[in-house]
Design a protein around this ligand. Structure first.
Ligand SMILES: [Zn+2]
Length: 204
C-alpha cells in the first residue's frame, strides 16, 4: 500500500505516519530523513542547498525519493510524509509511482495555533511537552523528569506559525483536490489512539 500523509503542522501527521508504518510493516519516508540519508553524488548536492539555507529543488528531491522507493523494504509499499507539498511535486511524483491512498489529517487553524503555541521543552534534558495537549507536564514551569525549566521553541512564535499555516492553505491544500478520488479525511482533533484507529479502519 502506497500512502501519502498530509496535514498542517500540529496535526500529529508525523507521529501517525510512524505508528501506521509499524502497524502495516511499511517504511515511513519523511523528507527530512530522505535528505539526511542521501548518499553519493546527490548527497553533495543536497548539502549545498541545505548549507546555504536554500530549499532543495523538487527535481532533486524526486531523484532521491525514486532511489529510496526502489529499495527492497518498499516492495509492500511506503508512507510519504512531507512530499508532495505542492502541485508541481504531485505531477513529478506521478512520473515515478502510483499512490493508493492519501490520508488527510484535518485540524482547524484555531486548534493548530493552540497546539503549536503550547509546545515547550526542557532546557536541561530537552524532553518535549505541550501545555495544552498530551504529553502535558505535571507542572507548567518545570520538567517532570529532571526539574529543568520549560521553554518554548524559538520557531513556535505566533508569526512564524501563522506564516506556516498560510503556506499550507495556499500550496499544500490544493493538492487534496488532485487526489480527491483516493482521499481519506481523518479528524485530527482527537487523541492519538483514536486517530490511529480511524486511519486503520479507513484503510481496511
Ligand atoms: Zn528535563
Amino acid at each position: 500500500m502506497k500512502l501519502i500523509f498530509i496535514g498542517p503542522q500540529g496535526s500529529g501527521k508525523g507521529t501517525q505516519a510512524e505508528i501506521i508504518s509499524e502497524e502495516l510493516g511499511i517504511p515511513h519516508i519523511s523528507t527530512g530523513d530522505l535528505f539526511r540519508e542521501a548518499e553519493g553524488e546527490v548527497k553533495g548536492q543536497v548539502d549545498l542547498y541545505m548549507q546555504s539555507g536554500k530549499l532543495v529543488p523538487d527535481e532533486l528531491t524526486l531523484k532521491i525519493l525514486k532511489q529510496r522507493i526502489s529499495q527492497p523494504d518498499c516492495k509492500k509499499g511506503f508512507i510519504l510524509d512531507g512530499f508532495p507539498r505542492n502541485i508541481n511535486q504531485v505531477n513529478l511524483l506521478k512520473t515515478i509511482t502510483e499512490i493508493d491512498k492519501v490520508i488527510e489529517i484535518t485540524l482547524s487553524d484555531f486548534e493548530a495555533l493552540k497546539r503549536l503555541e503550547g509546545r515547550v521543552s526542557c532546557e536541561k534534558c530537552k524532553e518535549g511537552y505541550n501545555l495544552f495537549t498530551e504529553p502535558k507536564p505535571k507542572n507548567p514551569l518545570h520538567c517532570d523528569l529532571c526539574g529543568g525549566r520549560l521553554v518554548r521553541r524559538d520557531d513556535d512564535n505566533e508569526q512564524a506559525i501563522k506564516k506556516r499555516l498560510e503556506i499550507y492553505h495556499k500550496e499544500t491544500e490544493p493538492i487534496l483536490n488532485e487526489y480527491k478520488d483516493i482521499l481519506i479525511k481523518i479528524n485530527g482533533e482527537q487523541n492519538i489512539e483514536k486517530i490511529t484507529q480511524d486511519i486503520l479502519k479507513a484503510l481496511r
